[in-house]
Design a protein around this ligand. Structure first.
Ligand code: NDP
Length: 260
């Protein structure tokens, strides 16, 4: 049964399933990553986020978590910079004493017809979405405890892509799905689970729910609407928590029925 606790300065909470856990969320200053960071903190975890340019946005996520009685730090670390990401992981361990959960959320899309895409654009999505995930995962695995969690933020287009202009992006997210399966088999003996949460259209700066680009994505959902960042955070919180210990190598789609 969920415990109900009341600590001075802390709001009354029905669920603290991640109490004593430490999480790192890459790209946590805005959008889906910020919602994940806040949700994991609300569930009791100490949370570190990385970002590149948005120092103010990152600071406001930390402030929101601290204001709710949680603990958080923000670290500038570009996902493509291996040295910076390794240093960020070391900083999390130095600050919080350990690492239990890695959420590989940092990612980007550069929508363009494939024929017209530049090599720089293709390199960029591969570098952030795939190579960046490899780097953070390797760095985190050195520290992850038994029972740890590695959670990818893939995409529903990694399984089924109906959106022209996303061929290269979808390829990186398909790769994340297969990386999840392969890695799950390498770390299972440490009781570490590896799972891939696959959002559908979620209203963020990257994919605003209004405008020409949004119309076909909304129409492709069964629910005829965009999802919210909290829909993804809820699934990540479940996968990070104690009730998901027999789920690994799975791709869990939260897409309003886009792929139905
Ligand atoms: P946003 O662009 O809204 O936010 C991206 C976040 O990641 C920001 O905090 C940004 O911080 C950070 N970030 C961007 N590039 C880097 C980098 N190189 N290194 C570290 N941090 C970085 O994106 P979303 O929240 O929409 O997307 C988050 C994830 O969800 C991505 O992996 C995306 O592919 C995936 N996704 C999103 C969907 C959607 O509909 N929104 C659908 C399916 C998947 P800063 O500004 O400081 O760089």
């Amino acid at each position: 049964m969920d415990e109900i606790r009341k600590t001075p300065g802390k709001s009354l909470t029905m669920s603290q399933k991640l109490e004593g856990k430490t999480a790192l969320v890459t790209g946590g200053s805005r959008g889906i990553g910020a919602a994940i960071a806040k949700r994991l903190a609300a569930d009791g975890a100490r949370v570190a986020i990385t970002y590149t340019k948005g120092a103010d946005a990152a600071a406001s996520v930390v402030k929101a978590i601290e204001g709710a009685g949680g603990k958080a730090i923000a670290i500038q670390a570009d996902a493509v910079n291996a040295a910076a990401v390794k240093a960020a992981v070391e900083k999390v361990v130095a600050s919080f004493g350990k690492l239990d959960v890695l959420v590989n959320n940092a990612g980007t899309a550069i929508p363009n017809k494939f024929e017209d895409a530049t090599l720089e654009e293709l390199d960029r999505v591969i570098d952030i979405n795939l190579r960046g995930t490899f780097i953070a995962t390797q760095a985190a695995l050195k520290h992850l405890n038994n029972g740890g969690r590695i959670i990818m933020i893939g995409s529903c287009v990694g399984e089924r892509n109906m959106t022209p202009g996303l061929a290269a992006y979808a390829a990186t997210k398909g790769a994340i799905k297969m990386f999840t399966q392969g890695l799950a088999r390498e770390v299972g003996d440490r009781a570490i689970t590896v799972n891939n949460v696959q959002p559908g259209p979620i209203d963020t700066d990257l994919n605003p729910a209004a405008g020409d680009w949004a119309t076909p994505q909304k129409a492709n959902t069964a629910l005829n609407r965009y999802g919210s960042v909290n829909d993804i955070a809820a699934m990540v919180a479940f996968v990070a928590g104690p009730e998901s210990s027999y789920i690994t190598g799975a791709s869990l789609t939260v897409d309003g029925g886009t792929n139905a």
